[in-house]
Write a protein that binds this ligand. Structure first.
Ligand code: RB5
Length: 142
C-alpha cells in the first residue's frame, strides 16, 4: 500500500500521480488534502509518515509547492527517510543507498511528466541491502 499526501500547492500533481498509480494497478491511500484550498502541509506530511511508521503503508509520496516543507516535516518522525527528488538519478540512489520510504516532490518545481518518472523509479528500485548502507541507515536512527 502506498500512502500519498499533499498540500494545496501539490494537489493538482497528486491527482495526476493518483491516476498513474491506478493505471499501474497499484494500491494507494490518499491522506489529503482534497482541493486547492490553502492548508498547512505539516498535517499531511505527518499523516503519511505515521501511516508508514505504523505499518499501514510501505512507502509514501508527498507533494507540496517545493517539496521542502513537507519533506522536512516527514523527516522529523522517527523511522522516516523522506527524500526530496527532482530527478530520476536521485530517486534511484535514495532507494538503493538510503532505503528512503517517502519520495517528496515540488509541484512548482518539477513538471508532471518528470514527476511521474521519479515516482516510478522510486517505487520500482529495491534497496541494495549493502552492509555499508545498512550501517549508515542505522546511524541515522541511533
Ligand atoms: C505553500 O504556499 C507552500 O509554502 C508549500 O506548498 C511548500 O512549498 C512549503 O514548503
Amino acid at each position: 500500500m502506498i500512502a500519498i499526501g499533499c498540500d494545496h500547492g501539490g494537489y493538482a500533481l497528486k491527482q495526476e500521480i493518483i491516476e498513474h498509480l491506478k493505471d499501474r494497478g497499484l494500491d494507494y491511500k490518499d491522506y489529503g488534502c482534497y482541493s486547492t484550498e490553502a492548508v498547512d502541509y505539516p498535517v499531511y506530511a505527518k499523516a503519511v509518515a505515521n501511516a508508514i511508521v505504523s505499518g499501514e503503508c510501505e512507502k509514501g509520496i508527498l507533494i507540496c509547492g517545493t517539496g521542502i516543507g513537507i519533506s522536512i516535516t516527514a523527516n522529523k518522525i522517527k523511522g522516516i527517510r523522506a527524500a526530496l527528488c527532482g530527478d530520476c538519478f536521485s530517486a534511484q540512489a535514495t532507494r538503493e543507498h538510503n532505503d528512503a520510504n517517502i519520495v517528496a516532490l515540488g509541484a512548482r518545481v518539477t513538471g508532471p511528466g518528470l514527476a511521474i518518472k521519479i515516482v516510478d523509479t522510486f517505487l520500482d528500485t529495491p534497496f541494495s541491502n549493502d552492509e555499508r548502507h545498512l550501517r549508515r541507515i542505522q546511524m541515522i536512527e541511533d
